[in-house]
Design a protein around this ligand. Structure first.
Ligand code: PMV
Length: 285
């Protein structure tokens, strides 16, 4: 959760202190990834994406923390400026700070539409299912707390040089349709396999870029391997990786402890955190 103080209220007469507005928003984990833009300046995505908003996480572990910051900022700043924006308008505003922030306006399972318009007005997120719809867990294995060497913005620019980038874009609609269906059916295996596939495709695009881009460390690969062994042993657990070396694992609440213990035992894992579905951005005061 990230809190952002607002700007001063523009409606206040000069010289009068404006009341502060504070808003908070949660991070979100992309299950179908956003990786590539159709417009750099407006942060318009080349494809749609689907995420799960998470209940609580410390900043800076590679879980799109800028998403929480910009979602909270969009809400606090617009309120302080005297605007009561509806959720789609807030989502479009948050998107300008960081693309994935468009999704953190909403809680639970969220889809951010690619949109077709050049001005991006139709590229906003919407709620697919509220946090209480499906009680899952995300276990995060932190393999490095160091800031990432290549920002997601720079990484996406590089992705466009990859020969695999057109295939990545072409496959997005099918991935989105499968993810929506899996969420509707609360089918963990279908959603987990799809999320793993989306993440590995995203990283394959980067590996084949020029210059190449690889966010993983040795422990990242070892965590992936451990997740696959957990599955072979009968525990439904599914990995995803963002623009960093951390591994995030989708599983049931009942299996979260077992998954966390398995990941904690992987050499190179610094710490392990467990998150549940979380709510959307809200004003605190
Ligand atoms: O919103 P950005 O610019 O921080 O990019 C987020 C990119 C990924 O986290 C890798 C994928 C996603 O959809 O969140």
């Amino acid at each position: 959760m990230v809190r952002e103080p607002s700007q001063r209220d523009r409606r206040q007469p000069a010289g009068m202190a404006a009341p502060a507005t504070t808003a908070r928003a949660n991070v979100n984990l992309a299950l179908v990834k956003y990786w590539g833009k159709r417009d750099q300046a407006l942060n318009l995505p080349a494809t749609g994406s689907i995420s799960l908003t998470l209940d609580a996480l410390p900043r800076g572990v590679g879980l799109a923390s800028s998403a929480a910051a910009f979602a909270a900022l969009a809400l606090a700043a617009s309120r302080a400026a005297g605007f009561a924006l509806d959720p789609p308008a807030l989502s479009a505003l948050a998107r300008r700070g960081s693309g994935s922030a468009a999704r953190s306006i909403f809680g639970g399972f969220v889809e951010w539409r690619r949109g077709e318009r050049a001005d991006g007005r139709d590229s906003v997120a919407e709620a697919l299912a509220p946090p209480g719809f499906w009680d899952v867990r995300v276990v995060v294995a932190v393999t490095s707390s160091a800031p990432k060497a290549v920002s997601s913005r720079a990484g996406m620019e590089r992705a466009a040089t990859s020969p695999f980038y057109p295939a990545w874009v072409a496959g997005a609609e099918a991935d989105l349709a499968q993810a929506r269906a899996a969420i509707r059916a609360r089918d963990l295996e279908a959603l987990g396999l799809l999320a793993e596939h989306s993440a590995l495709k995203m990283h394959a695009v980067g590996m084949a870029a020029r210059p190449p881009l690889l966010y993983w460390r040795g422990a990242t690969v070892d965590c992936l391997d451990r997740v696959w062994k957990l599955r072979a042993e009968g525990t439904p657990a599914f990995a995803t990786i963002d623009a960093g070396p951390q591994v995030k694992v989708l599983c049931t609440p009942d299996d979260a402890r077992r998954v966390a213990e398995a990941l904690r035992a992987v050499p190179g894992v610094e710490r392990v955190l467990t998150c549940a579905p979380g709510g959307g951005a809200e004003v605190m005061a």
